[in-house]
Design a protein around this ligand. Structure first.
Ligand SMILES: *Cc1c(COP(=O)(O)O)cnc(C)c1O
Length: 403
């Protein structure tokens, strides 16, 4: 059991969230992980570190992001009051920079000079390369060879920012293979290298550390809604890839038991089709990326590639804290198919004048279902975690429009 058995006090000393999490890594990695844990604890308690991060958040990232009343969507559904947490307004267009900034300021403090990261769609790679450029750190990004082909604009962006891209050809040349390669690289370049993980997964302390850095979303949202409405929301929701933006929103509300926490996984072509990215709703427990959690896997335990219309959601697992919150009944996880996300994308564009990324469009699509779960005058907050400019070509293609 953890220290005092409250929701927010997890993980326990061993980095476990109940049955999930932990650190399943090669023995050679253990000293690195333990060192990281110690250094992170020290940094977290250091007012200087936190002040530096606040300064970057304010002047580089553009925090706090607004809490916006989505008036026309609210009118459209005719019940509740819908708020968007506008994390798409951050520098680089999504929430990922919150985490990269935290981890790379920590890396710098630890005297590391070489940053490695893995990326699937390229968004975490771009955020990492951005912060590396700003902090003067060298940046190596592992990317499946298949993804390098599929994500050319992001590959070019990373290069412009000074990063080196290493295409990974093992396995199917996708995200899982890039993750394995990054872990291997870390062991062979111990002294100077820091591994920057892009979602609330990986071996302990990463799920906790990424959550802490992303919790700025929930802390701001909580203060903003209390200021605007004088009370807590009835429900909060976010889309789930590995679960970092969702846990960042949820965490400061975990102890507020009246607040329903709702995550939305990508159901791709449908849970029955096998082509989806819903690790909780359509996966089973197993071990990947150094932690125990729900994973997409076949009968033999081989990890399956995830599918989603939104490249940012096709992670084959989910952060271990979500696995725990779901199994304990504190949070609920819904799913959304490709075509529903595409509809929601267009509705949000027309009614609010905001092009959402296809990732949060999955959460948008479930708005009416969540409004059904709260009182008619209930309040809800959805994390609009990314902007849709990056998805315009993909949306055009799906709508059969030639640009
Ligand atoms: C990467 C990404 C996601 C998925 O990652 P999480 O760790 O689940 O937050 C969601 N939305 C956007 C815009 C992203 O870039």
């Amino acid at each position: 059991m953890n220290r005092n058995n409250t929701w927010a006090s997890w993980p326990d000393e061993a980095g476990r969230f109940g049955d999930f999490g932990g650190r399943y890594v090669a023995e050679t990695l253990m000293p690195l992980i333990l060192d990281l844990e110690t250094e992170y604890s020290k940094a977290k308690a250091d007012p200087g570190f936190n002040a530096l991060m606040d300064d970057f958040w304010t002047h580089y990232v553009g925090r706090p992001s607004p809490l916006y009343f989505a008036e026309r969507l609210t009118e459209h559904y005719g019940r509740g009051r819908i708020y968007f947490k506008r994390d798409e307004l951050n520098h680089t267009g999504a929430h990922k920079i919150n985490n990269c900034l935290g981890q790379l300021l920590l890396a710098k403090r630890m005297g590391k000079t070489r940053i490695i990261a893995e990326t699937g769609a390229g968004q975490h790679g771009v955020a990492t390369a951005t912060v590396c450029a700003r902090l003067g750190l060298s940046c190596v990004v592992f990317m499946g060879a298949t993804d390098v082909e599929r994500q050319k604009p992001n590959v070019f962006r990373m290069k412009l920012l000074g990063a080196e891209i290493i295409p990974v050809t093992s396995g199917r040349g996708t995200l899982k293979d890039a993750m394995n390669e990054a872990l291997r690289d870390w062991v062979t370049h111990i002294e100077e290298t820091f591994y920057c993980i892009g979602t609330a997964a990986g071996p302990h302390p990463y799920p906790q550390m990424v959550r802490d850095f992303q919790s700025v979303i929930g802390r701001e949202a909580r203060a903003q809604i209390l200021d605007r409405e004088g009370r807590l929301p009835d429900a909060i929701m976010a889309c789930i890839g590995g679960g970092s933006n969702a846990i960042g929103l949820f965490h400061p509300f975990l102890e507020d038991e009246t607040v329903q926490l709702i995550g939305v996984e990508a159901a791709g072509h449908g849970l029955d089709s096998g082509a989806h990215a819903a690790a909780l709703s359509g996966g089973a427990p197993g071990i990947l990326h150094g932690n125990k959690t729900y994973l997409l896997q076949d009968e033999a335990g081989q990890i399956l590639d995830a599918h989603s219309i939104s490249a940012g959601l096709d992670y084959p697992g989910i952060g271990p804290e979500h696995a725990f919150l779901r199994d304990m009944g504190r949070a609920e996880y819904l799913t959304c198919k490709d075509e529903e996300a595409l509809e929601a994308f267009q509705l949000c564009a027309r009614l609010e004048g905001i092009l959402p990324a296809l990732e949060p469009a999955h959460a948008l699509a479930r708005l009416p279902d969540v409004l059904d779960k709260i009182p008619a005058d209930g309040l809800m907050i959805m994390n609009l975690c990314g902007r849709g400019d990056k998805d315009v070509f993909s949306v055009a293609e799906h709508l059969g429009v030639k640009l």
